[in-house]
Ligand binder design. Structure first.
Ligand SMILES: NC(=O)c1ccc[n+]([C@@H]2O[C@H](COP(=O)([O-])OP(=O)(O)OC[C@H]3O[C@@H](n4cnc5c(N)ncnc54)[C@H](OP(=O)(O)O)[C@@H]3O)[C@@H](O)[C@H]2O)c1
Length: 347
């Protein structure tokens, strides 16, 4: 699958680096006999496309599905994105990059990144020589299966007018991570001769830089295979969930703003830890490991958080006293109010 990333800034650069790393580790996972292969499911359901729009591909998509990017899922994600028979015709892999099982170079993704200034491009290529770079958006999208737009929202129009005439909507998909530029906006920007490409509105969070993003994908006019290919691509960078577009704002509050909310909890707990006698760095280490443990417990047991709370709240004990004190101060209420407030204001 050839991916053209337009914009090598914070988000475009992080996605490019994450994919370059994922390509390498996924190959390592697929050649290791200790890594089982497991199936994952991205099961898009049909949805209507805006009336009057002629799309060169069947309309599809908008259901919810979550997938954790475990090592096995990573490799199966890759196989569905790149090597599944259904998608092979449109997303044929080509030979560049990392090591395959026979020791020959095998490409998982071909990545080309475009940016107006050279500095970011050169830094990227110095880290990952297999990533192709160009200062021309038009050159970047030539032959790409997926064009991933990672420019600021106010640059979207300029980029669309440049790319629209050269894109082949029968073979090329367009995805955008521009915040607040939804599928209707993308349709308006990319409608050309009454045709639209398969469109994806994608919202990763900043943890994409460490391949632990919670990414939401909303699709329009894409086939099931195309949707699965895009969702699987973002599963390489953390977890990815296919959602109806109406859930994007809530997803952003929970996961994008959620990074800041989680940081604020960590900071608050650190301050409490200092009051209890720890140095700040010790408190940070303790809080981070405690959160890691809490997440691991939920992931491994599948339990509701309240079940794990029950296990540590001895009747009359200290944990319930602490919890109740937090609730008296409005803990749960504050979190919910914060999430509700973090949705974008209606235009
Ligand atoms: N950062 C996040 O956490 C985050 C999260 C989710 C979504 N997003 C979305 O990601 C998009 C990019 O944000 P960012 O934080 O990565 O911004 P950024 O760091 O400013 O990156 C934007 C990049 O676009 C390049 N650019 C400008 N005009 C261009 C053009 N005509 N063609 C190609 N590239 C062009 C810029 O190049 P020069 O610097 O060389 O001018 C810059 O490298 C935004 O739409 C934002 O909403 C960001």
């Amino acid at each position: 699958m050839r991916i053209a990333i337009i914009g090598a800034g914070n988000m475009g650069g992080a996605i490019a680096r994450g994919l370059a790393q994922s390509g390498l580790s996924a190959v390592a996972a697929s050649v290791s006999s200790s890594v089982p292969s497991a199936g994952t499911s991205a099961v898009p359901t049909p949805s209507a496309e805006p009336a009057g729009v002629a799309s060169p591909v069947p309309a599809s998509s908008s259901a919810s599905s979550t997938v954790a990017a475990s090592a096995s899922e990573l490799s199966s994600g890759l196989s569905s994105a790149v090597a599944s028979p259904a998608s092979a015709a449109s997303f044929a892999p080509s030979a560049v990059g990392s090591q395959g099982s026979a020791g020959n170079p095998v490409a998982l993704y071909e990545l080309v990144v475009a940016n107006p200034s050279r500095q970011k491009l050169e830094a990227l290529q110095a880290e990952y020589p297999s990533v192709q770079i160009t200062q021309s958006n038009v050159e970047a999208v030539r032959g790409a299966d997926l064009v991933l737009l990672a420019v600021k929202p106010w640059k979207m129009e300029e980029v669309a007018s440049e790319l629209k005439p050269v894109l082949d909507y029968r073979t090329q998909m367009v995805a955008s991570v521009a915040g607040g530029v939804g599928l209707a906006d993308l349709s308006a920007l990319y409608r050309h001769k009454n045709m639209l490409p398969p469109l994806f509105y994608v919202m990763p969070n900043t943890a994409v830089a460490v391949r632990q993003s919670m990414t939401f994908v909303a699709a329009q006019g894409a086939s099931e295979e195309q949707t699965a290919a895009v969702v699987n691509l973002f599963r390489l960078l953390g977890e990815a969930m296919l959602v109806e577009e109406r859930l994007m704002d809530g997803g952003m509050a929970l996961a994008s703003c959620g990074i800041a909310f989680a940081m604020r909890y960590i900071r608050a707990a650190m301050e409490g830890g200092v009051e209890l006698g720890f140095y700040p760095n010790e408190a940070k280490q303790i809080v981070m490991q405690t959160l890691r443990g809490a997440v691991e417990l939920l992931q491994s047991t599948g339990n509701h958080p309240e079940a794990e709370i029950d296990r540590v709240t001895t009747p009359g004990g200290i944990t319930i006293r602490g919890l109740n004190e937090m609730e008296h101060a409005g803990f749960t209420d504050s979190v919910i109010r914060g999430l509700r407030a973090a949705r974008p204001l209606k235009k």
